[in-house]
Design a protein around this ligand. Structure first.
Ligand code: ADP
Ligand code: MG
Length: 374
């Protein structure tokens, strides 16, 4: 989606990713031998170095990259890196991210380090924070892969086996009323602008739906969420778009859950529903171009993730065939070659004149989803 936005602005992009036909490379055919894409891992320092030699500005769409080499590239000052490697480094370790936010006075749920992945250490965290307890992998976590909800002490061994030998920390269980997300765009001068607050609905720790704007009866929550998200992003360095995930409690209290230093799933709705998409504003921010408006241009929208139900892509294909009949629905398939259970394969955004109309358009789709709804 970033590639598609760049293409519309005639911005030349070189992609580093595994596979000759990875999704972004399918969008951008190089027109100049200087701009050929690189096949390799975004964790491979050699490949990142190769990429840095081809570009003026380097950005990431995932935080699990090799930061040591980004630091070295940044020191050379030939290439600008956004967001800054220091930001990526802090964010890629969820425990360090929480410490960073807490020190900056940003509200977060209570959390504790699990010094080593042993039953005793998990037990100690459980004694302090109670049950249920959210055990999280500090690194390499995404789409709930890296979280374990401990409901009883007897599940500690299972939690450790599931999360393997990864560095862990524990979070107090948050009985949230709803999950809110706000996309914030930060300029090279360090000023921030935010998109409207949205509600995200997760199933099995994976985002399934995003309702925009926030369907909250309380206008103060909308403003508070934007303000909290902006304050959180102001504590980081470097330009670009950031996704801020929050929990809202029944009394309106907001906690930051986590921050993504990149375009984020909860901002996909911006492609159809806002004046400027998160992808275009990310490009504008990192290239020091004027930002586009973050305002909604439709009264209501919902984004539905297309999550693989199994290895069988045909289930999703027939679902998409069905979605083609829904008015106001825009389909985005990502061109991933392999479908897997729990993998995000695409999304659909539905826009409408009112929340009620969007609900009416969404309802039949939910009954056809290839994953079981609970
Ligand atoms: P990921 O990196 O996989 O997105 P998150 O930390 O955002 O991991 O957790 C995924 C989801 O799990 C959240 O969106 C929320 O629904 C739930 N969750 C995370 N932390 C807590 C918590 N402390 N209490 C209750 N639910 C949580
Ligand atoms: Mg998350």
């Amino acid at each position: 989606m970033l590639a598609a936005s760049a293409s519309l602005l005639n911005i030349k992009v070189v992609i580093l990713d595994v596979g000759e036909h990875s999704p972004a490379k399918q969008i951008l055919a190089p027109t100049d031998p200087k701009f050929t894409h690189i096949d390799g891992s975004f964790k491979d320092p050699e490949k990142i170095l190769q990429l840095s030699e081809k570009v003026d500005v380097l950005t990431v769409e995932i935080e699990h990259v090799d930061v040591d080499i980004l630091d070295k590239v940044a020191q050379s000052r030939r290439v600008q890196i956004h967001p800054s490697p220091s930001t990526i480094r802090v964010i890629q370790d969820k425990y360090n991210q929480k410490i960073h936010l807490q020190k900056a006075g940003i509200a977060v749920a209570e959390f504790l380090k699990i010094p080593e992945p042993t039953p005793e250490a998990v037990h100690a965290a459980m004694d302090k924070l109670g049950l249920p307890l959210m055990i999280k992998s500090r690194t390499l976590a995404y789409d709930g892969r890296g979280n374990f909800v401990l409901r009883h002490a007897s599940e500690i061994e299972e939690a450790l086996a599931t999360l393997k030998d990864r560095p862990l920390y524990a979070e107090k269980w948050v009985k949230f009323e709803r999950e809110i997300a706000v996309m914030v765009v930060r300029t090279v001068n360090g000023t921030v602008t935010s998109y409207p607050a949205v509600e995200t609905v997760h199933k099995d720790n994976i985002c399934l739906l995003t309702f925009a704007p926030l369907r909250s009866p309380d206008p103060a929550t909308i403003e508070n969420a934007r303000r909290l998200a902006e304050s959180a992003v102001l504590t980081f360095e470097g330009a670009g778009i950031f996704g801020v995930e929050m929990f809202q409690l029944l009394d309106g209290t907001l906690y930051v859950n986590e921050i993504a230093p990149r375009p984020h799933n909860s901002g996909h709705y911006t492609i159809e529903a806002c004046e400027t998409s998160q992808f275009e504003n990310h490009l504008r921010a990192i290239l020091n171009l004027p930002l586009g408006s973050t305002a909604l241009k439709v009264p209501s929208s919902v984004m539905l993730n297309l999550i693989g139900g199994s290895n069988d892509m045909s289930q999703l294909t027939s679902f998409v065939g069905y979605a083609l009949n829904v008015p106001g629905a825009a389909i985005h398939m990502y061109g991933k070659t392999e479908c897997r259970g729990g993998r995000k394969m695409g999304h659909i955004t539905i826009v409408g004149d009112s929340d009620a109309q969007v609900n009416d358009r969404l309802r039949p789709l939910l009954t056809q989803l290839p994953i079981p709804m609970s």
